[in-house]
Design a protein around this ligand. Structure first.
Ligand SMILES: Cc1cc2nc3c(=O)[nH]c(=O)nc-3n(C[C@H](O)[C@H](O)[C@H](O)COP(=O)(O)O)c2cc1C
Length: 222
């Protein structure tokens, strides 16, 4: 940005006032707002405008040495209990979550210029919940879950293709059950931050922090 682009400090000038949103545009979240409801409403907007994968979120875990590790996963469920994703229980992330059962999530919806950050403890979803979700997956995705030894070394793509063929033959035309080594994790949030882009980097940020059963909300500097 060129310095000349900055509005002159004159509170009566249009340029200076253009820094600020009109009263109806000012984002305001209060104790009356439930962060899961706010998440759902922002997600509904993002779903209309994101080109693909509005459920994509980065998932940060931690090694036992305290090194952070991050990768993308897809959100497969959200409610008052938390944010759910599914994965291979032999994967690197699952190992890290078993050792350090805390995680952070970050959604970035570019088309909305919005970010949501979630932090909390992690728990496994119940077998019934995982079974119900697995049953909704396409047959090829179900077979893929059986075939992939996620995060393990692989000699070549042929090895994966061979394993997909083996499981295709094994289950033939029958139902594909959920592998025991494949399930979901729920991030139980104790902090959810909403970030919305503002003019001249005067962004809005609201952090909901859980105290007991109650969510407290604080506006913080961008
Ligand atoms: C957009 C996107 C969505 C993904 N969703 C998932 C997912 O829901 N579950 C999963 O296990 N891996 C998913 N992956 C792959 C992971 O990013 C990662 O490569 C894989 O889970 C292995 O990670 P790990 O070795 O840290 O366990 C996704 C990747 C991308 C780019």
């Amino acid at each position: 940005m060129n310095l000349r682009d900055l509005p002159i400090y004159n509170p009566y000038s249009d340029a200076y006032n253009s820094l600020f949103l009109t009263k109806s545009e000012v984002m305001n979240l209060t104790e009356k707002d439930n962060p899961i409801d706010v998440f759902n409403s922002w997600y509904t907007e993002a779903e209309k405008t994101e080109i693909n994968d509005p459920t994509a979120m980065s998932l940060a875990t931690c090694t036992k040495e305290g090194r952070p590790v991050v990768r993308m996963v897809l959100l497969k469920g959200v409610d008052e209990r938390g944010f759910v994703f599914y994965t291979n229980l032999g994967s690197r992330k699952a190992g890290e979550l078993n050792e350090t059962p805390f995680a952070a999530l970050c959604f970035h919806w570019k088309t909305q210029r919005r970010q949501i950050r979630v932090e909390g403890a992690v728990e496994r979803v119940s077998d019934e919940e995982a079974d119900a979700y697995f049953a909704t997956r396409s047959r090829l995705s179900q077979l893929g879950a059986w075939a992939s030894k996620q995060s393990q070394p692989m000699d070549g793509k042929w090895e994966l293709e061979k394993r997909v063929a083996e499981y295709t033959a094994k289950f033939n035309v029958g139902e594909v059950p959920r592998p025991e080594f494949w399930s979901g994790f729920r991030i139980v949030p104790d902090s959810i931050e909403f970030w919305s882009d503002g003019k001249f980097r005067l962004h809005d940020r609201f952090v909901f922090a859980k105290e007991g059963e109650k969510w407290n909300v604080t506006r913080i500097f961008p």
